[in-house]
Design a protein around this ligand. Sequence first.
Ligand code: NI
Length: 143
Amino acid sequence: MIYLTRRERFCAAHRMFREEWSDELNLKIFGKCSNPNWHGHNYNLWVTVKGEPSEEHGFVMNINILKQLIIDNIINKIDHKNINLEVEFMKGKIATTENLAVAIWDELNPFIERQGASLYCVKIEETENNSIEYYGEKGRINK
Ligand code: NI
């Protein structure tokens, strides 16, 4: 099994908050990312697909196709946008990196399957110290 990763970057604004909470409670739970006047991050996104190299061309998946799928379906919709207000696939979701990783997975997965590969991991770095990895596993771990 081969794992193939493409990195893309985007800049976007967000605010993490719950509308029904006061600014004070949002600040307590979400920290500086709850600033009511928005702020931005320079995000790194890694999309990893897996599969066996094809006998015909030796690729797990053509990296140029993977790149274009990420650009068309994610980057062009989120780069230099406000995640809360302008990104359709994040509508109604708290703009955390966790929710973003799941939403990006759900957007890309059907296209990657059509290419004969499997999506393996969506990794997003919000800052150089904080990153999220999502492997498509659903379900909550109960306390
Ligand atoms: Ni933030």
